[in-house]
Design a protein. Sequence first.
Length: 167
Amino acid sequence: LCEPIKIGPRKELFAFQINPDDWKYYDWNLVTTLANFGSYDPQMVCTAHSHNARLVYAGNFDVTQLYNQTAIQEWILYQYQRVVDTFADGVNVDIEDPVDEQDAPALTSLIANLSSYFHEKNPYYQITYDVAWSPNCIDKRCYDYVGLSKATDFLVMMDYDMRSQIF
């Protein structure tokens, strides 16, 4: 019951977990993926899996290290080990830092490498990326949206964040 689920692509109702006990009150008949931004609770994983929902971890990467291959490999291995050790189902990458346009290819490469590594280990693992509500370098998040969409299982639009940040 606590093993990672084996379900392919489907319509998603993606929920975010920040506070330790909120997941207990979610409608598990609707939630398909829970992105855990809080502490680990083994019961949360088992509850999600008992409803055929994934539990994925929030993953953040220091964008100043986008060209550091050692840091990239260590980060990918850390993310993978955390998922394996807790029977989770993947990673939801959420980078809140500005990414300059010239760094967009390096970011896309990072995510492609993460996704490739995970999917080679288990094709049912889910890798997603949180993107800004506008593709036009809004909030200095200059992403290659097409490249990221190809490198992930899907993108999570942060449409709750339309007020925009001020850098």
